[in-house]
Design a protein around this ligand. Structure first.
Ligand code: BG6
Length: 523
């Protein structure tokens, strides 16, 4: 009998495996998630972000066994401190804010490798000492020249610190025989022009793939789950388009005020603080096409397409609303008006609330309004994406007890109570044919025994591993400013609409949706 011809392997495009699911491709590779030996240098290590997020995240990583044995934490700040003072600060921060339980044994491993270098950013001598200390540690602690520099400092300080790193040779991969990476915190500039300058500044000192811009929302588990939801399931993708979706609401509400950050916040406002980054990143992930593979480049290619396709409404007067909180009540306590907060000018026009209707000019999303809103001193802290589906084209229940049915809704809850809720019509038990809306809930906390890592835990680990998937690139930042700049220009000099603290924003934002025959969801 003639031999059967050998089976021809299926044709594969580069970057794709035969089964073609980009999420499975990534899992199958089972990448080791422990970084190589390295140092993490934190500038501004005594600041708020460092104490509340970075130092606790480092402890949590150590506790989970995700730091290499040869790991050094090096702090730099303007304090007359030694290693011991820094160790006390780091210990206190971890004890107060870490996610995982406290363990002296874990801490003793971390604190053996903690160093502090005091100095100001314009102090050449201090930077020379920092460089020597780092070189020393590389030689004695087996960290092979690998170091990440975390700029937990005001953006106005970036140029001087970057120049110091360049001057001392600390930033160079070649000179140090290992990798050198830099982590930049948002805000990434104040507008497109300053973002371009900042990007150039950073790119002059570090190579593009060694720059990690942190948008901590991308480190949140539920945000990453948007990709799993869409591309690991058969169920949702067919209805993820303008044929089925009526509108999308993205809400980031906070009950806190400006939390003593008047200096930063009053010069920034809600649109620059979170709309430009967190909310547009959520929108981009929600709306992207399937990436060719689960790699930083492929995901970024798809996100940038969405960001570039965003359109602003022609009628900004009606569809771009900003507000500022007035005094009011929250959780039974009287709270101050924004303008009465410490260090806020009494005539400040800065917005603590912003709502806007955006479009995405693609075949998939043409005609679907995306309503984005964010605000401080709203009734509660909640971030969610709510997808309102079109109503069923026909309801054969006219001779029954069924009243008007709502839209089917899928709500992706980013925080708190991370999970999904699906709202749909269901028959009420009994002999009558009565249909009412019900909700089906998936809660992360119940479905998985392990609690989700904090966003900073995940992102610091990714920096040390060198995985840039969850970090926005230059082009994304620039495309986002192209959306925000015209809004800011339109708002310039205008008084924001007032809303009472503890309420869901100004009435003008409700009118914006009512004009379209819709209403905000009450999360
Ligand atoms: C930051 C903003 O990026 O995000 C803050 O600058 C805001 O104004 C914070 O309060 C909210 O983060 P989270 O993770 O608490 O939702």
């Amino acid at each position: 009998m003639p031999e059967a011809p050998a089976a021809t392997p299926p044709t594969q495009l580069p970057g794709r495996t035969a089964h073609g699911n980009p999420l499975r491709d990534a899992t199958d590779r089972r990448l080791p998630r422990v970084p190589e030996p390295c140092a993490l240098v934190v500038f501004g290590v005594t600041g708020d972000l460092s104490r509340k997020k970075l130092l606790p995240a480092i402890y949590d990583l150590a506790n989970r066994g995700l730091l290499p044995t040869d790991f050094v934490l090096l702090g730099f700040a303007r304090r007359d401190w030694g290693d011991g003072d820094f160790e006390s600060l780091a210990r206190k921060s971890a004890q107060e804010h870490a996610r995982t339980p406290w363990s002296e044994e874990v801490w003793s491993r971390v604190c053996n490798n903690i160093r502090f270098v005091p100095g100001a950013f314009d102090d050449d001598e201090a930077f020379d000492t920092l460089k020597e200390t780092l070189d020393d540690l590389c030689a004695t602690h087996g960290i092979r020249g690998n170091a990440a520099f975390y700029l937990s400092i005001p953006p106005s300080m970036f140029p001087i610190v970057l120049k110091q790193m360049e001057r001392t040779g600390m930033a160079s991969n070649e000179l140090n025989g290992g990798w050198r990476r830099v982590v930049v915190e948002k805000p990434f500039g104040h507008n497109l022009e300053s973002a371009l300058e900042l990007n150039k500044l950073v790119d002059d000192v570090f190579t593009a793939e060694d720059v990690f811009r942190i948008d901590h929302y991308l480190g949140k588990e539920t945000v990453q789950n948007i990709l799993a939801l869409r591309f690991a399931n058969q169920l949702f993708e067919p209805i993820w388009n303008s044929n089925y979706v009526d509108s999308v609401q993205i809400t980031m509400a906070e009950d806190v005020g400006i939390a003593g950050r008047a200096g930063f916040y009053d010069a920034t406002g809600a649109a620059r603080d979170v709309l430009q980054n967190h909310l547009l990143q959520l929108l981009a992930l929600f709306a992207i096409e399937e990436p060719v593979e689960f790699s930083p480049e492929s995901i970024q290619i798809e996100k940038i397409k969405v960001l570039r396709a965003i359109s602003l409404p022609a009628d900004l007067e009606s569809y771009a609303i900003r507000g500022q909180y007035d005094q009011g009540w929250l959780a039974g306590e009287r709270v101050l008006a924004y303008r009465a907060e410490k260090d806020v000018p009494a005539d400040s026009k800065t917005e603590s609330y912003a709502a806007v209707r955006l479009g995405i000019e693609t075949r998939r999303w043409a005609g679907v309004p995306f309503y984005l809103r964010t605000g401080k001193r709203l009734p509660r802290r909640v971030t969610e994406i709510a997808i309102m589906f079109k109503k069923a084209p026909h309801l054969p229940f006219s001779r029954t007890d069924t009243q008007e049915l709502g839209h089917n809704q899928l709500v992706v809850r980013v925080q708190p109570d991370e999970g999904l809720t699906l709202k749909f019509g269901s028959k009420v038990p009994g002999s009558a044919m009565e249909v009412r809306d019900v909700a089906m809930d998936f809660l992360y906390g119940e479905a998985f025994t392990e609690s989700s890592p904090e966003a900073y835990e995940r992102l610091i680990l990714d920096v040390l591993i060198g995985d840039a998937t969850l970090f926005p690139r230059n082009s994304e930042v620039e495309a986002s400013w192209r959306v925000i700049d015209p809004l800011e220009a339109f708002w310039e000099g205008q008084q924001p609409c007032l809303y009472r603290a503890g309420e869901w924003g100004p009435k003008e934002a409700d009118e914006m949706l009512a004009r379209d025959g819709r209403a905000w969801r009450r999360p």
